[in-house]
Design a protein around this ligand. Sequence first.
Ligand code: HPA
Length: 270
Amino acid sequence: MIQKIKETAEYLKSRMPALPRVVIVLGTGLGGLVDDLKIELEIPYKEIPNFPISTVKGHKGSLIFGKLNNVDVVVQNGRFHFYEGYDLKIVTFPMRVFKAMGINIVLLSNAAGSVNPEIGCGSLMMITDHINFFCDNPLMGPNYEELGPRFPDMGETYSLRLRNIAKETAAQLCIPLKEGIYLGSRGPTFETPAEYRMFHRLGADAVGMSTVPEAIIAHHGGMETFAISIITDEGFEGKVKKASHEVVLAKAAEAGPKMTKLIYAMLPKI
Ligand code: HPA
């Protein structure tokens, strides 16, 4: 694995226009961010040695290097999910590569269903902590000390510094920003009403099928991590709305510009 990470990182370093300060991972329907990006180089996954290929409708498959609000970034446009059948080590392979390239800050985005009636559809929710309900962990198996510790502390998986910048920026832009706990589940089924209720009672505010594995690996590697959800559906106790991939895509597209604006404005401050 170490060999593959190094090989892929070397390949990308040999092609990248500049070392990105930040990697941004785009979730479902959040591709709008790319419109604001001054693109310098786009590399399809199929050209990148050792990279997996994503299989979901609405998910793209390329790394885009460029400037966003004058900050060098790389955008992972299309991520890999456990429900596609990938091992969590494959799902998180790109994150290992970003770290090996020398990138130390990651912004993750996703679409999620809310289980907290105070966080309605269309809200932006900054992730303050997570519950790993994948019943798996990308760190299973031998640990390579050069990548991070065997037993990583998870007390501040989501950087307080970046969260404070997000709060301050959202206030300046008058963008309402909720905060909450994201529960990562395997999918690909949306939750039953009983599952939404259970997740809320377990302490979650929102549930989705990504982000947790990547956040674990980023944190394990010592990267500063920030994550934000667009709430695309509601699983409130007694009032579960029917969820579908189409609804998720439509709602994410609707609320996406708010998230894009926030990330754009945050970048020069980080
Ligand atoms: N559950 C799981 N994943 C999701 C949801 C949901 O309600 N909405 C968007 N991704």
